[in-house]
Ligand binder design. Structure first.
Ligand code: IPE
Ligand code: IPE
Ligand code: MG
Length: 245
C-alpha cells in the first residue's frame, strides 16, 4: 500500500503498457509469454491505483495498428483478453470498479463483444474507480468518431452548430465519463504516443520509463506518482502565479 499523505494524486492516469515482447525475448521465451506476464502487472496497477485514490485508469491494451502483427500473436492476444475478462470481472465488481472498453469493438468476435457488454453492464453503477481498457483504440479514430456522432446530432436537430464547444466535442469522445487526464505513463523505453489519447493529452504530464511492462509493479507506479507530485503544472500561467495561488 502506498503512503499518500499530502501527495498530489492524479485523478486520471493512462498507461501505454509497452515492452512485453522484449521482456520475453530477453528470457528466451515467446512474445506471448510476455503478454501473459503483463497481465500480472495490470492486476497490480489496478489495485494500487484504486488504493491511491486515482479516479480513472485507462490502459492501452491493443492499438488500431496492432492488427499488423503476425496473425498468431493477434489471435493469442484476443484469447488472452477473453480469458482475463472472464476471470477478473467479478473481482473488479467486488472492488467497486466500473469497467469499460474503449475503441472500435466492431472488429472483435461476437463472443468477445458480448463478454465486454456484460462486464460493462454489471459494473456500470460502481463508483470506486473507472477502469477503461483501450482495445482496437486509436486517438485519431476517437476524434473522428466523436466528430461523426456530433454531425449526426446536428443533422437530427439535437445540436446547433453555434453551440459546439470543446466540451461538446469532449462529450462525444470515448472517455467522456473520465476526469481530465493528469498523467500518462509509457513503459518500455520508447518516447512516443503511438496514436493513444490525443485529444485528452492536451495538458497531461508525461512519464517515460525504461522498465518493461511485465516488470512494472506497485513500486514503479509509486515512482511515477512521486514524479507527478513534484511537477509544477502551469497551464499557461507563470511559475510565480502558480506558487502564489
Ligand atoms: C505491448 O508490448 C503490448 C501490446 C502492444 C499488445 P509489445 O508487444 O509491444 O512489446 P515490445 O514493444 O515488442 O517489447
Ligand atoms: C502501443 O505499443 C500499443 C500498446 C501498448 C497496446 P506498440 O508497441 O504497438 O507501439 P509502437 O508501434 O512501437 O509505437
Ligand atoms: Mg511495443
Amino acid at each position: 500500500m502506498i503512503n499518500n499523505t499530502n501527495k498530489k494524486i492524479p485523478q486520471h492516469v493512462a498507461i501505454i503498457m509497452d515492452g512485453n515482447g522484449r521482456w520475453a525475448e530477453h528470457r528466451g521465451k515467446t512474445r506471448v509469454a510476455g503478454h501473459k506476464a503483463g497481465v500480472e502487472s495490470v492486476r497490480a496497477v489496478v489495485t494500487t491505483a484504486r488504493e491511491s485514490g486515482v479516479k480513472a485508469l485507462t490502459l492501452f491494451a491493443f492499438s488500431s495498428e496492432n492488427w499488423l502483427r503476425p496473425e498468431k500473436e493477434v489471435s493469442v492476444l484476443m484469447d488472452l483478453f477473453m480469458f482475463v475478462l472472464t476471470r477478473e470481472v467479478k473481482r473488479l465488481h467486488k472492488n467497486g470498479i466500473r469497467f469499460e472498453v474503449i475503441g472500435d469493438l466492431s472488429r472483435f468476435s461476437k463472443k468477445l463483444q458480448q463478454k465486454i457488454s456484460e462486464a460493462q453492464e454489471l459494473t456500470v453503477n460502481n463508483e470506486g474507480m473507472l477502469l477503461s481498457i483501450a482495445a482496437n483504440y486509436g486517438g485519431r479514430w476517437d476524434i473522428t468518431h466523436a466528430a461523426k456522432k456530433m454531425a449526426e446530432a446536428v443533422k437530427n436537430g439535437q445540436l446547433a452548430v453555434e453551440d459546439i464547444t470543446e466540451s461538446t466535442l469532449n462529450s462525444f469522445t470515448s472517455l467522456a465519463a473520465a476526469p481530465e487526464l493528469d498523467l500518462l505513463i509509457r513503459t518500455g523505453g520508447d518516447y512516443r504516443i503511438s496514436n493513444f489519447l490525443l485529444w485528452q493529452a492536451a495538458y497531461t504530464e508525461f512519464y517515460f520509463t525504461e522498465v518493461l511492462w511485465p516488470d512494472f509493479d506497485e513500486k514503479e507506479f509509486g515512482k511515477a506518482l512521486d514524479v507527478f507530485d513534484q511537477r509544477e503544472r502551469r497551464f499557461g500561467h507563470t511559475g510565480a502565479q502558480v506558487i502564489n495561488k
